[in-house]
Design a protein around this ligand. Structure first.
Ligand SMILES: Nc1ncnc2c1ncn2[C@@H]1O[C@H](COP(=O)(O)OP(=O)(O)O)[C@@H](O)[C@H]1O
Ligand SMILES: [Mg+2]
Length: 638
């Protein structure tokens, strides 16, 4: 009898028994349960859910089908215990009959019932398999669409957005938030239906078996539920704290490991270890409590549940003696009682899960609704005809409306000329480059390329005209060969080597352990900053652009190499317009035009000699770099 009980209690929903070993599932608050995502609740729950449903869109039919199948599967498995109870009753009657000599055990009948129950459970399992299969497919497709939409959106976002947003946040949208939605679609949505159906179905079955037993059960149940809710609330709080401290420990380790050299240099080991121990101790405290509590829950629930069984068994036995109930029905009843707790727990948790889903989906939708870049013109100008005549006309620009950075920039760059932009840090030199590449749109004014407004080109075409090398180098995890080839994916190995030679990078590349096949690691810390710059210059050279922009591209390279690169560039850029931003003015002496910037304005412009002769701002900067220069004296005497 007790054996049948154990076997049967696994029935409804095809899930584990409510009171079995430790179960990881929603409502438990322990590890494996749904954690609170960042940001808590959705601002507009209903609206977001409606949007999510419309996002599910053409999969609505499949979701409906899944629900229908889940309902059938649940119904089939709920029927199990009641029918199985008939077999128990028959067996009991047969045994009793045999004892009193009045009859035999009707094994044929019992066998028939067992076969039927087996059939029911098989069908139920098959249906739940089909349902899981369809739902996984749907949720993965929807998640795929979400990620695709986000990724495409990122490409349409203005750079302005990323200036003001944490990278981690954007990353979290693509991974965590979409994952939460996926999980809900995949599990919670069907769980909602099966749990509700199980709770209702089991209640109906219980009532149909015995009103009295059900009433007793319903008095005991809230006790257990109340206890679970209490523990879940408590442990969820502790669990959140545990996550927080775990995060602190992790970020401390990451920070210290990332800045290992600096930490050592400042003798920070002791402080670092102390901080680690502090965080770790806090983590220990909360982790201990939360795990103890969630570990406590199962035995306590078992205890309360067992009290219930005792009550039901006593009352059931009394009723059976009075012939008000059959043995099989008592067995079925206890099975139903056992299968009640889990779906109740899931239902209790579902509002929580839906809230988290709404919050996650809302963040994703908000991101998808962010203002985008102004779309490219419908009839773009032909960038292939660009010759490299560039004019800045009354350019005004600020990263934010409150603060204008470029106040009134007008300049003219002739085709094939070498234009140098100089000025103190923060003058707006890099900003000008970004505007030229149209990373940002102007507040007013125009940038004309061969007399055509730069907004008349598509961004893609426009950027293809320029090769750009920045002070911050960007290399990815790959070989040196691949990194240089990034400039022109079709380039041959020989062309890559040629470009590297022009950038004066060939020599150091060959000195690497695997030459051009040396893999640059993630932080690119296996080569020096200056070497990285040489690689990015080679990358720009191989792209063979019409115009070139070097923004302090050689700042980490020694002066001799810098001059060599400048010479190579000069020949490379002979017929192309180039913009050079350099700190060391010695390298731009031969520029066709020098624009001297200060606080977003051009304060002087002209050739090197003209500017020196002016004894203005340029002469001041230049002389500060060559303090012993004769020119200083000239200016003072002037
Ligand atoms: N992404 C940004 N968002 C807001 N302000 C910025 C941003 N980039 C630069 N600035 C500001 O614009 C000014 C000019 O910067 P930048 O053009 O980089 O100067 P430079 O290259 O001449 O040293 C600085 O005051 C800087 O603080
Ligand atoms: Mg700069």
């Amino acid at each position: 009898m007790s054996d049948t009980n154990k076997g049967g209690s696994r029935a409804p929903g095809g899930m584990g028994p409510g009171m079995g070993g430790p179960r990881r599932g929603p409502g438990m608050g322990g590890p494996g349960g749904m954690m609170m995502g960042p940001g808590g609740k959705a601002k507009d729950f209903k609206g977001t859910m409606r949007r999510l449903v419309s996002y599910i869109g053409r999969y609505k039919g499949a979701v409906m089908a899944v629900w229908a199948i889940a309902l059938v599967s649940t119904a089939f498995s709920i029927a199990g215990p009641k029918i199985l109870g008939k077999a128990t009753t028959k067996l009991f009657e047969g045994v009793m009959g045999k004892i009193s000599g009045a009859g035999e055990v009707d094994f044929a009948y019992i066998g028939g019932i067992l076969a039927m129950v087996l059939g029911l459970y098989l069908v139920s399992a098959l249906f739940s398999y089909i349902q899981g299969w369809i739902m996984s497919g749907v949720s993965v497709k929807i998640t795929y669409r979400f990620r695709k939409d986000i990724s495409e959106k990122i490409n349409r976002m203005p750079l302005r957005y990323f200036d003001g947003t944490n990278h981690g946040e954007v990353l979290s949208r693509i991974t965590n938030d979409v994952d939460v939605v996926n999980q809900t679609l995949n599990q919670s949505l069907t769980q909602l239906i099966t749990s509700a159906a199980t709770v209702i179905g089991v209640l109906v079955m219980m009532f149909s078996i015995s009103l009295k037993l059900t009433l007793v059960a319903l008095v005991i149940m809230p006790l257990s539920m109340g206890f679970v809710t209490f523990i879940v609330k408590k442990s969820q709080k502790l669990f959140k704290a545990q996550q927080e401290y775990l995060g602190k420990v992790n970020s401390h380790v990451e920070e210290m490991y990332g800045g290992h050299a600096v930490m050592k240099a400042f003798n920070g080991e002791k402080r670092s270890v102390e901080a680690f121990e502090r965080h770790n101790k806090e983590l220990y405290g909360t982790a201990w409590k939360s795990q103890f509590l969630s570990g406590l829950m199962m035995p306590m629930m078992n205890f309360i549940g067992n009290l219930g069984y005792v009550a039901i068994s006593i009352l059931g036995g009394y009723l059976a003696v009075q012939k008000a109930i059959t043995i099989g029905d008592i067995q079925a009843f206890i099975q139903y009682l056992r299968s009640f707790t889990q779906p109740m727990g899931q239902l209790a948790n579902i509002s929580n899960v839906l809230q988290q889903t709404a919050a996650a989906a809302e963040r994703v939708f908000e991101f998808l609704e962010e203002e985008e870049e102004r779309p490219d013109t419908a009839s773009p100008a032909d960038a292939d005809l660009v010759r490299g005549h560039i004019e800045f006309k009354d350019v005004h620009f600020g990263y934010s409306p409150e603060k204008t950075i470029i106040k009134d920039f007008s300049a003219f760059a002739d085709r094939g000329h070498k234009i140098a932009i100089v000025g103190p840090t923060g003058a707006g030199k890099t900003t000008m480059v970004k505007l030229l590449m149209r990373f940002y749109d102007l507040d007013s004014g125009q940038i004309l390329i061969d007399g055509i407004d730069s907004t008349s080109f598509t961004r893609k075409d426009l950027r293809r005209c320029f090769g750009m090398v920045l002070q911050e180098t960007w290399l990815y995890n790959g070989t040196i060969m691949e990194n240089i080839r990034y400039g022109r994916p079709g380039a041959s190995d020989a062309e890559v080597v040629e470009a590297a030679k022009m950038a004066h990078a060939d020599h150091f590349i060959r000195a690497q352990p695997s030459g051009y096949e040396t893999v640059i690691n993630e932080e690119a810390n296996n080569i020096s900053q200056g070497q990285k710059q040489l690689l990015t210059i080679a990358r720009a050279i191989i792209a063979n652009p019409k115009m070139l922009i070097l923004d302090e591209a050689t700042s980490s390279v020694d002066t001799r190499t810098e001059i060599l690169i400048q010479k190579a560039m000069d020949s490379l850029m002979a017929n192309r317009t180039s913009f050079i931003i350099a700190h060391r003015l010695s390298t731009i002496k031969n520029a066709d035009l020098i624009l001297v910037m200060k606080d977003g304005d051009i304060v002087e412009q002209g050739r090197h000699e003209e500017l020196l002769a002016k004894c203005g701002f340029y002469a001041e900067i230049y002389n500060s770099q060559f303090s012993a220069d004769v020119n200083t004296a000239e200016c003072e005497s002037a």
